[in-house]
Design a protein around this ligand. Sequence first.
Ligand SMILES: [Zn+2]
Length: 326
Amino acid sequence: MRSPDPTPPTPTPPATPPPVPTPAPEPAAPTGLPLAPTGGPDMNRLVGTHDLLLVTLDTLRHDVAAELAEQGRIPHLARHLPGGRWEERHAPGSFTYASHQAIFAGFLPTPAAPGPHPRLFAARFAGSETTADGTYVYDTPDLVSGLAKDGYHTVCIGGVGFFNRQGPLGSVLPGLFHEAHWEKEFGVTSPTSFEAQVTRAEDVVRALPADRRLFLFVNVAALHQPNWFHLPGATREDGDTRATHAAALEYVDRHIGRLFAAMSSRRPCFAVVCSDHGTAYGDDGYTGHRIGHPAVWTVPYAHFLLPHRAADTTADNTNTPGTAAR
Ligand SMILES: [Zn+2]
């Protein structure tokens, strides 16, 4: 502001400002998400007022996720996906460690179309071309400590080995959080890994004072090899296939309603659900990940709002009961 001009050309500011035509009314998304002028979620109106959930469905391929959504095989996830469809994105890394380091640095999977694409979260970084109006900008090296600085309690529930806290490398990513959980039953060899992770998430939510905001990160191990045990009738000798990968996603879908219910029991929750990278099942002769192949770098992504709904003792009523342990 300048100091007052002794001869102002328009001297009489009205008591109430005149109507300003330009700023458009805040766009109202059908999903209830507050939107930034760029059209994406306005993270500056979500951070501080909402609980936050980040779920990485480790190793989930985009093509398998898209097929299952289309075929009605993952109803509990699909009801939250905008238009019932996964967004196709490119992974920021080809394996768990690289991808999660990037994700926690604010680089979620990138929309699979020419950009630039504004980011939801970004460290303050001179010249960043993907930091926009709706971007939540923090002054720490990573999103987790940025949210912690702004009052969030940060919790990691790990799945694959990079979260197992059993050695220095397996402690790096969990070490970003206030609180980190890993048990063998959360890991890749457990046929009930996701149910166990969700139960721990429910415990975490229950233990937290109501006024404390929560950032919960869950790395889901169920999709990662080995996953043959999720397909009824499959055997170890049959091995992991695209079909057992799909069955693992159906397994996750049967239980994810409980996670969403827990995370929306305290206040509304902004959720990001995505994969960190895909994996190859013999595509072009390749098996596995940490390679540059479309089956690896193409991943499913979604973000959405979970409206606040009070916790009740039938919180898992959006799930089909029963069919868990195989
Ligand atoms: Zn991974």
